[in-house]
Design a protein. Structure first.
Length: 403
DNA sequence: TTTAGGG
DNA sequence: CCCTAAA
């Protein structure tokens, strides 16, 4: 029984916490393993232990599965005939494929599995035998799936960790002047475990958690077709909110690379609430919008967006149009005020420069917003006073004739 | 799919 | 900034 406890505690040290977050379980690193000790120490039966530790459970929850290809299919009997860590081919022959770090999850699952096998091998009690059986039945039954590693899983693990020297290739341990079989196992396993633990100390990042939750919910609910507006971005970053607070006063528009970063993070966070993270229009943005309208006219918001706001992924064509509507209001009010007309001053915290408003006003005359372009066909209507007065414009409005 | 209009 | 209807 002491051996069992010993094994279980060792295993526990390498395990993850499974943290429940928003209804789903996430793997979190384990510094202190006390919380799960009760699962492992002194199990009542083989079955109970198996339920706790089956490989399938890990791979299923990660969305990864563990692969053994055809010729590397593990034969339990031959496996058990090997001693200690001599689980596969010598490391010099082993080849790792696709050992990219981007597949961290799959890698660590495999790593964990291999470590489990090794641990079980060193302690030949019934409990560990059962665990080993469980593990290898899992490896066999779930073949044909995709981890980035092919071939003997243990070889892969060892090779990828650059710890292939641990292969008990008796040479290594003989050089180490260690003969006792159990001590060998403990040393190797503890080295493996420490290697494993190094990478598990990091907490899962927030993005990882969000992605995990998101993908899980998508798997459960099925993929919902995003609304059209999602084609244009939903942004999220702290820089973003700083930018919001700075408003007009800072003209530091996000650079192209920043926009790319924002865009990539925005693609990840699909349910971003723009209302909660509204981005103020900067003066340069407004000027760009005015330029775009001067060039393309109103009602061609998509074109303006494409040509002038290509580097501002957070501005949709609808945003441009809405901003223009607001600009129209602002310019109208200001001009009326400048004429002494009694008009309500907008409580804008950052008033636009008069020159800009003047330009908006002129453009509004050239390209009247559709609403202002007589909703009903009023043929006999006289043009508004402000149009008559703006003689600087060469715009031919309606029925004006050259005489 | 884009635009207009209202909320 | 969002939603919906219409083009």
């Amino acid at each position: 029984m002491d051996q069992e406890v010993h094994f279980c505690q060792k295993f526990t040290n390498m395990n993850y916490h499974w943290v429940k977050m928003e209804g789903s379980f996430l793997p979190a690193p384990l510094n202190e393993s006390n919380e799960v000790d009760h699962f492992l120490v002194e199990p009542k039966s083989d079955h109970e232990l198996g339920n706790c530790l089956r490989v399938q459970d890990f791979s299923r929850d990660f969305g990864y599965e563990i692969q053994t290809n055809g010729d590397a299919e593990v034969d339990e009997n031959s496996f058990r005939q090997n001693r200690g860590l001599q689980l596969g081919k010598p490391s010099s022959e082993s080849k790792s494929q696709g050992s990219s770090r981007s597949d961290t999850d799959a890698f660590e699952i495999s790593e964990l599995s291999a470590t489990m096998v090794m641990e079980a091998e060193f302690n030949n009690t019934p409990v560990e035998r059962s665990l080993t059986r469980e593990l290898f039945s899992g490896l066999r039954t779930r073949g044909g799936c995709a981890t980035p590693f092919e071939g003997n899983i243990c070889d892969t693990i060892l090779d990828n960790n650059n710890i292939h020297k641990f292969n008990t290739n008796e040479n290594y341990l003989e050089n180490e002047k260690i003969s006792d079989e159990n001590v060998k196992g403990d040393i190797v396993a503890s080295k493996l475990a420490s290697c494993s633990r190094e990478r598990r100390l990091r907490k899962p990042t927030r993005r990882y958690i969000e992605e995990f939750a998101d993908s899980k919910s998508e798997n459960n609910k099925g993929r919902r077709k995003p609304p059209t507006k999602d084609k244009y971005l939903k942004v999220t970053s702290t820089e973003e909110s700083n930018h919001i607070r700075q408003g007009f006063l800072s003209e530091d528009e996000p650079s192209a690379t920043e926009c790319k970063n924002v865009y990539s993070s925005a693609k990840i966070c699909k349910k971003y609430d723009r209302r909660k993270h509204q981005k103020m229009w900067t003066l340069t943005e407004v000027m760009r919008l005015v330029d775009g309208i001067a060039e393309y006219g109103t009602g061609r918001w998509t074109r303006i967006k494409r040509h002038l706001f290509a580097s501002s992924p957070h501005r949709t064509p609808i945003d441009l149009r809405d901003k223009w509507r607001n600009l129209l209001k602002a310019s109208c009010v200001n001009i009326q005020n400048s004429k002494g007309t009694e008009c309500k001053q907008p409580h804008a915290s950052r008033p636009l420069p008069k020159s800009l408003l003047q330009r908006v006003y002129e453009l509004a005359n050239i390209y009247p917003y559709p609403k202002e372009r007589s909703p009903k066909p009023v043929r006999e209507a006289t043009p508004p006073m402000y149009l008559i007065e703006s003689n600087s414009l060469s715009f031919n409005w309606g029925r004006k004739k050259y005489e």
